[in-house]
Design a protein around this ligand. Sequence first.
Ligand code: 4NP
Length: 155
Amino acid sequence: MIRVLMVCLGNICRSPMAEYIFKSMAQRRDLPVQCDSAGTSDEEWGNPVYPPARRKLAEMGISCAEKRARQMDRHDYGRYDLLIGMEERNLSAMRRICGGDPEGKIHLMLEDSPRRRDIADPWYTGDFDAAAADILEGCGLWLDRLEQEEKIKAR
Ligand code: 4NP
């Protein structure tokens, strides 16, 4: 069972969407994964998923009602096999929090996309459709890669 931590800045928009979409896609493919999410900042600690992000997940038939934001800490580096940041600036904050990345576990969500890019923050852009589409692409690419690398196998 691979353990994945999705990371963004606030943990109320992109990374919870990534957590729930990743779990839903893995379940549909019958792949065993554990996935959580966290933010690099503590601004939103304890808050539920931002309503427009929650509605976007609900449109996909996914509930995230129980999710509360938390800040990642350096112990997360040992708790997870893979820590996926939504944008480059998340990656530098993640490396700072973890004291580096000696095991090469910290990666960008869309690093395998033919158009490697950040996932724009819908907190600022207001575009939750674009964020969801980017996250769907990223989760699909990561599940393909983990299957190919035989890190996960269908049950
Ligand atoms: P997220 O979006 O990183 O996708 O969860 C944000 C949510 C809140 C804030 C920034 C980004 N904020 O500054 O409070």
